[in-house]
Design a protein around this ligand. Structure first.
Ligand SMILES: Nc1nc2c(c(=O)[nH]1)N[C@H]1C(S)=C(S)[C@@H](COP(=O)(O)O)O[C@H]1N2
Ligand SMILES: [Mo]
Length: 252
């Protein structure tokens, strides 16, 4: 879809939700609650800013749909390239004992957690759908540590607004706002469908963000950085996706 028709769709979708006069109100509320995507006005334009703000206001507290065990997909599709290089193979041979999830940035108590430590933390499991922007999806059970719990441990400074997360895989990094970071279904997943999280599905650790499209659920995560501003990361667009034309906020 080209940029213009995409923008028209986004703006049209918002107008349907909010009504024409709702647009002005969404803008005002967006400003009041700080619901402005990281690069608003510069690159994304009003349509996307308002889509984000309207979705946030409507869905801040809502849950992604959960499914029954009988609905779990028999043949989930693992997207992307899983040849991760020699260093990854070395870590995998060692059972990922050396894998660390480093949590840094604006935190009073930055830390680095091993996979075993994460296994000892309170966990959440969910049967949700992961939907790719390309049209396919599958349903699976994911289990892991609520990101909210990890944030609790490192004590975010009050001005933190985003969590940036980075993958072992070159080129893959992303960020979410605090509404999604603290959302009860947002987890650092280490298990899938009752077993270990397979490497092709992001093992040993993957962020699962079920309120957004699949590309926000980055695999092989190694580092979380708390920040009040996304300008200093990559090209300043909040994630790698927007550098290639994808929306930073991909709420579903
Ligand atoms: N590191 C990494 N994370 C990734 C990807 C990837 O290629 N590498 N693909 C993304 C995309 S576009 C989607 S739709 C989902 C797909 O999840 P799956 O591999 O479990 O199907 O993972 C996302 N996370
Ligand atoms: Mo995707």
């Amino acid at each position: 879809m080209n940029t213009m028709s995409r923008r028209r769709l986004l703006t049209g979708g918002l107008a349907t939700v909010a009504g024409a006069s709702g647009l002005a109100m969404a803008a005002k509320l967006a400003a009041r609650y700080g619901l402005i995507p990281p690069d608003s006005g510069v690159l994304y334009g009003a349509g996307e800013t308002l889509t984000y703000a309207a979705q946030r206001l409507l869905t801040r507290h809502s849950l992604a749909r959960e499914f029954a065990a009988s609905q779990i997909s028999q043949y989930p599709f693992a997207n992307g390239n899983h040849r991760l290089g020699e260093e990854f193979q070395r870590l995998e041979k060692g059972g990922f004992a050396e894998w660390r999830l480093t949590v840094d940035g604006m935190a009073a108590r930055p830390a680095a957690f091993s996979v075993a430590q994460l296994h000892s933390f309170p966990w959440h499991s969910q049967i949700t759908e992961i939907a790719c922007e390309e049209g396919w999806s599958y349903i699976a059970e994911w289990k892991g540590v609520p990101l909210a719990h990890i944030l609790d441990l490192v004590e975010p400074l009050p001005q933190v607004r985003y969590v940036v997360y980075r993958s072992f895989q070159r080129g893959w990094w992303d960020s979410i706002d605090m509404a999604d970071a603290l959302h009860p279904q947002t987890i650092v997943a280490y298990s899938m469908n009752g077993g270990e999280l397979p490497v092709k599905f992001g093992g040993p650790l993957r962020l699962r963000v079920p309120r957004q499209l699949g590309y926000k659920s980055v695999k092989y995560i190694t580092r979380l950085t708390l920040t009040d501003n996304l300008k200093g990361f990559g090209k300043g667009l909040g994630s790698a996706g927007p550098e290639a034309g994808y929306a930073w906020y991909a709420g579903i």
